[in-house]
Design a protein around this ligand. Structure first.
Ligand code: SF4
Length: 385
């Protein structure tokens, strides 16, 4: 079945121009433009597999309703193509509340679904096509082990992100399982302060409303903790949060700390490689600006833009249509979390009007090559206008 859909996938997502840039040592010259492409960018192994499975599901179950629980990955073009291919989205207004049954096929996305959702689909007898990425399953394994051993999972992630909701639900597989989700260093610092000195329990719970397991009691539930993270967070921030929590546990428990604290790096290798590649590009090439391509609700793309923006002028765009003209670019402001809606802004003068221009380019793990190729073509066109 994989071979049967291979042609369709290639036609939908391949780019000859991207292949050419790769073959040219990730460097592309045209007139006054030099473009450097990060050495790791775009579709990751988990997304590749998820999209492949979705196409296979349509081919494997002709005549049956095939549903996705929501976005398969955070890229509107990929999701729209799947809709065009006949897959229905349970998150779409027309499908909400639909009662599924044994005749229905349900594709689970790369970032997984919650334990409760899984139990519901199974109870209804649906045929499940599970595309949950192995790297997400690895995080779940650690969180389940924490719960089994009576450790509260401190999850560095975005509480509204599907993956983090799914990961948090894993902690509740055991009666003593607990979790708390922290978004960033600031929230981690609040947790660390409570670990060290205790504090106002009600104020703490109000601060983390919606981000803790039911009945969470910080006085008891922060005594033994283990760190985990959403796979697509900023690696440097996740590591720092792990160290912050470790230091707080050492202060509280001294020599007994080893029996109270655990940590595993659960950033996925694809996210790490893309973050490393963009740092390497910026170390090696004096670019005038960076373009980061990917869905605005894509966590790993948002984090790539944060890395770039700390070093050079950066624009996070969703697709080539955001390159409005040689003078104007429409983009998402860098910095807002991917689960927060941040309105696009239009910036004038993004492309130097004369002289040589050096542009760095990368794309998030849910961005297909055809979109990257179209972005390169559009930049070329404006640079030579
Ligand atoms: S970003 Fe990482 S965890 Fe997510 S699908 Fe890709 S490889 Fe898997």
């Amino acid at each position: 079945m994989k071979a049967a859909v291979a042609g369709e996938l290639a036609a939908a997502y391949h780019s000859a121009l991207v292949d050419e840039v790769r073959a040219g040592n990730y460097r592309h010259e045209k007139g006054r433009l030099t473009l450097h492409l990060a050495r790791e960018f775009g579709f990751c192994y988990g997304v590749d597999r998820a999209v492949d499975y979705a196409y296979q599901a349509v081919a494997r179950f002709p005549g049956r309703n095939v549903f996705l629980t929501g976005e398969i990955i955070h890229n509107p073009h990929v999701n729209d193509r799947l809709r065009g291919g006949g897959i229905r989205f349970l998150s779409d207004p027309a499908e909400r509340g639909r009662q599924l049954g044994p005749d229905d096929v349900v594709i689970l996305p790369a970032f997984g679904i919650t334990v409760q959702e899984m139990a519901d689909f199974s109870a209804r007898g649906c045929t499940l096509v599970d595309t949950t990425c192995g790297s997400v399953l690895n995080v779940w394994k650690n969180v389940v082990r924490y719960a089994q051993d009576g450790f509260t999972a401190i999850i560095h992630g975005k509480v509204k992100h599907e993956e983090t909701r799914a990961t948090a639900s894993q902690a509740l597989k055991y009666p003593h399982g607990r979790y708390i989700v922290v978004l960033d260093r600031e929230e981690a610092a609040i947790v660390c302060e409570y670990i060290r000195h205790g504090g106002d329990r009600e104020a703490f719970l109000a601060r983390f409303a919606g981000a803790v397991s039911p009945g969470f009691n910080p006085d008891a539930d922060l005594a033994r903790v283990g760190c985990a993270n959403q796979t697509t967070m900023l690696m440097s921030e996740s590591l720092e949060i792990g160290e912050m929590v470790g230091a707080a546990m050492r202060d509280r428990h001294g020599d007994a700390m080893a029996t109270h604290f655990r940590a595993f790096d659960t950033i996925c290798s694809a996210t790490q490689e893309r973050q490393d590649a963009v740092e390497a590009l910026l170390d090696a090439e004096p670019v005038d600006l960076m373009i980061v391509v990917g869905g605005y609700n894509s966590s790993n793309t948002v984090n790539l833009a944060r890395i770039c923006a700390a070093r050079v002028r950066t624009y996070h765009i969703a697709d080539p249509a955001c390159l409005l003209s040689a003078g104007q670019i429409r983009h998402r402001p860098v910095g807002a979390p991917s689960t927060v809606k941040a309105d696009e802004v239009v910036t004038e003068g993004w492309l130097p009007v004369s002289g040589r221009v050096v542009i760095g380019l990368t794309a998030g793990a849910s961005t297909p090559n055809n979109i990257v190729g179209q972005v390169i073509e559009t930049i070329e066109r404006y640079a030579s206008a």
